[in-house]
Design a protein around this ligand. Structure first.
Ligand code: SF4
Ligand code: SF4
Length: 116
């Protein structure tokens, strides 16, 4: 965990937001994104929405993310689960984050909607 974490309110709307494709995230035991994120509790572990998975995956708080890109840079290439999106797109993805396995399978495909 970083020594100095941002805990106050975000001063301006960021140009970009991080979004975790939970179909790719390894979750507990990886957590590089959580370690490098400079904002306290901005990325948290949540239950994996995949039915029966019983694991945890990461989720970004779009109210506090400052768009620094560190999480996307440090997510291991084998998982490649975090990507930066224009602010509006990041909000939309997060609000519409589907919890169905079908949608996540679609996103997991190489070249899927969240692959770039
Ligand atoms: S972009 Fe920066 S502030 Fe936002 S979740 Fe990633 S590391 Fe945290
Ligand atoms: S670094 Fe990537 S794979 Fe690892 S916990 Fe974070 S989002 Fe998941």
């Amino acid at each position: 965990m970083q020594d100095v974490l941002i805990t106050g309110l975000r001063k301006k709307t960021p140009k970009k937001l991080a979004f975790v494709d939970q179909g790719k995230c390894f979750g507990r035991g990886c957590e590089f994104c959580i370690v490098v994120c400079p904002v306290k509790d901005c990325i948290t572990l949540v239950p994996d929405p995949e039915p029966g998975a019983g694991a945890t995956v990461c989720e970004v708080n779009i109210e506090t993310c400052i768009g620094c890109t560190l999480c996307a840079q440090f997510c291991p290439p084998d998982y490649d689960a975090v990507h930066m999106f224009a602010y509006e797109e990041g909000v939309r993805l997060t609000q519409e984050m589907p919890r169905s396995y079908d949608y996540r399978s679609y996103n997991k495909r190489k070249g899927g909607a969240l692959a770039s």
